[in-house]
Ligand binder design. Structure first.
Ligand code: GLN
Length: 267
């Protein structure tokens, strides 16, 4: 077969693989409708590990605030959640969703205008802001104070773009995940690190030699993402989040992971 005549065959095969990859589940309750899932009988979630307390491994299990949130959605759909660990770049660019790797992405991911072009977000479910991590005894409390120093950033994140815009004259050192960034700061490989306040406060609890010295008031909100146009699933997620706030499960899960009740404006 010539390369030219093979093309339509490949195209047809790709389309039918795509169709075969989607199965439908009937959902009951508010905001339902026919929701198609990439793997039958499961709600497949893309995330990027580790990002505690939102998602991280405890033994063999993946646990966290986001995991519990998506479990509520799975149970409303009468299926189990299955979590796929994949680089954040493919999550935030919409690529994983658009190639049917997963039904939802839940990765402590901030709702941004750029991302909204490539995927659709649920209603916000968590508030965050960028923050600065350093080791105790270091003087860094501002980005200006880090001039000529090394600042750890996590690839593809809002923290990285904030630093690119605001950390003038600071050497940005890019890390692929949160764990590598935290270790770089702790071991002095970089002078400080920027990331979301929730994960940094969680880290300093167990790492007394490190400290959070600033918050930058970026006013971020996390959303659960679905592929563009998957309104049935997005509406279902919104309905589940609304119910969770009304029936106390949101507060219970928040307390489980953060130790306190949420401020009313933080949810
Ligand atoms: N909230 C940040 C963002 O959306 C970081 C998310 C993450 O690293 N998982 O870019």
């Amino acid at each position: 077969m010539s390369a030219r005549s093979a093309l339509p065959v490949i195209a047809v095969a790709a389309v039918s693989a795509l169709l075969a990859g989607c199965t439908s589940t009937k959902s009951s309750g508010s905001g339902g409708g026919d929701i198609s899932l990439v793997n039958s009988g499961k709600l497949t979630t893309c995330t990027h590990l580790p990002y505690p307390p939102f998602q991280s491994k405890q033994g063999k299990k993946i646990v966290g605030f986001d995991v519990d949130m998506v479990d509520l959605v799975a149970s409303a759909l009468d299926v189990k959640q299955e979590i796929v660990d994949t680089p954040f770049e493919g999550i935030q660019s919409g690529e994983d969703l658009n190639t049917n790797q997963c039904d939802v992405a839940a990765a402590g991911m901030t709702i941004t205008d750029v991302r909204e072009k490539n995927l659709d977000f649920s209603a916000p479910y968590f508030e965050a802001t960028q923050a600065l991590l350093t080791t105790k005894g270091k003087p860094y409390k501002t980005l200006a104070g880090l001039k000529g120093k090394k600042l750890a950033v996590q690839q593809g994140t809002t923290g990285e773009s904030y630093a690119q815009k605001h950390a003038k004259g600071v050497k940005l050192v890019q890390f692929e995940d949160l764990a590598l960034l935290l270790t770089a700061v702790k071991t002095g490989q970089t002078d400080a690190g920027i990331n979301d306040n929730g994960v940094l406060y969680d880290y300093v609890k167990d790492n007394a030699d490190t400290t959070v010295t600033a918050e930058f008031d970026t006013g971020e909100q996390y959303g659960i993402a679905v592929r563009t146009g998957n309104d049935a699933l997005r509406k279902k997620i919104d309905a589940v989040l609304k119910d969770a706030r009304a029936d106390g499960s949101y507060d219970r899960i928040y307390k489980k992971w953060f130790g306190t009740a949420p401020k009313t404006d933080a949810r």
